[in-house]
Design a protein around this ligand. Structure first.
Ligand code: SF4
Length: 314
């Protein structure tokens, strides 16, 4: 069942001197119930803005968002409030996301209070249940966020996101601030919770080596657009877009001989002044004349399981 769908979703911001910053451009994707879609790309590619726009934490500039079949693009805040039970977010910085003046018991009960769920006893029981779900002991409820390690704080942030039993979680760089050894613990926790609770997750990360461990499908973003999207196995074993190939060449993979690393030249272009044609053409070693003036559509090359936006396959 399709849980989430975006159609040509866009988000712009006013830039300096009257320019328009195109953070997200015409993104169309779907996410099934219980599915994990990884969104990957360099810093500034628009992936976090996409996640926040989908949750209506920032207002879309164009396109549509459907959640459980309902068009929520322009729903007023009062109509969005009950839906927020079903749509939660985990941020990158668990310390910044948790109120340092509140004990964990209050932090975890707060979403229930805001949504008017249960009485005090039921909320206290739910707090213990949530702590257990994320592998923390019941007495963690009586402590403050600063009394935990970074990994434990992210477990608390995950528990809070689960408090209302959501159908969708946007995990926005949820492990990026953690040590590598802790990252794998949190990734395993998220993967286990997804299986146990049937969660759909939009897993946003700049790191393809993290994304591949949790995602059923991967969408690669470049300068606000999806340039390749498909099953994780296809993206990892046979990437089609030159940008995806460059991202993939940078990570070691078990059973795959380390090949030639593709080093991307230059920076991601300024989204206030995106290049004409394919936005990647200024950094693409395979760019052709057509790439400089015609934008390639996202389409499925013959025989490939993934969609690609590249003239090499036109
Ligand atoms: Fe490179 Fe052209 Fe494909 Fe863009 S469309 S990725 S510039 S080959």
């Amino acid at each position: 069942m399709t849980l989430l769908e975006t159609r040509d979703l866009s988000k712009t911001y006013p830039g300096a001197r009257g320019t328009v910053v195109q953070a997200v451009s015409e993104v169309s994707l779907t996410l099934d119930a219980g599915e994990v879609l990884g969104i990957v790309g360099e810093s500034g590619c628009g992936k976090s803005t996409l996640g926040r726009t989908i949750l209506r934490l920032t207002e879309p500039s164009g396109g549509q968002i459907f959640f459980k079949g309902q068009d929520i693009t322009a729903l007023p805040p009062r109509a969005m409030k009950p839906l927020r039970r079903d749509m939660q977010i985990i941020f990158q910085d668990p310390f910044g996301a948790l109120n340092p003046r509140h004990k964990v018991s209050h932090i975890l009960a707060e979403p229930l209070i805001v949504q008017g769920v249960g009485d005090a006893a039921a909320r206290a029981a739910r707090v213990v249940e949530l702590l257990d779900l994320v592998g923390l002991p019941p007495d963690a409820a009586g402590l403050y966020p600063h009394e935990f390690s970074g990994g434990q704080r992210q477990r608390i942030a995950i528990a809070r996101a689960l408090a209302l039993d959501p159908a969708l979680i946007v995990a926005d760089e949820a492990v990026s601030a953690l040590d590598v050894s802790i990252q794998s613990q949190i990734i395993n926790l998220i993967a286990g919770l997804r299986r146990r609770l049937g969660l759909a997750i939009l897993f946003i990360s700049h790191d393809l080596s993290v994304i591949r461990h949790v995602s059923d499908r991967i969408a690669v973003m470049y300068l606000g657009r999806i340039v390749e999207m498909g099953p994780t196995e296809a993206i990892m074993s046979a990437p089609q877009h030159p940008y995806t190939r460059a991202l993939l060449s940078a990570i070691p993979r078990a059973g795959v001989e380390r090949g030639h690393r593709i080093v991307l030249q230059g920076e991601v272009p300024d989204p206030a002044h995106p290049p004409a044609g394919c936005a990647f053409h200024s950094r693409c070693a395979q760019a052709m004349a057509v790439c400089r003036h015609a934008r390639p559509p996202l389409a499925r090359p013959a025989g490939a399981p993934q969609e690609v936006a590249c003239h090499l396959y036109s």
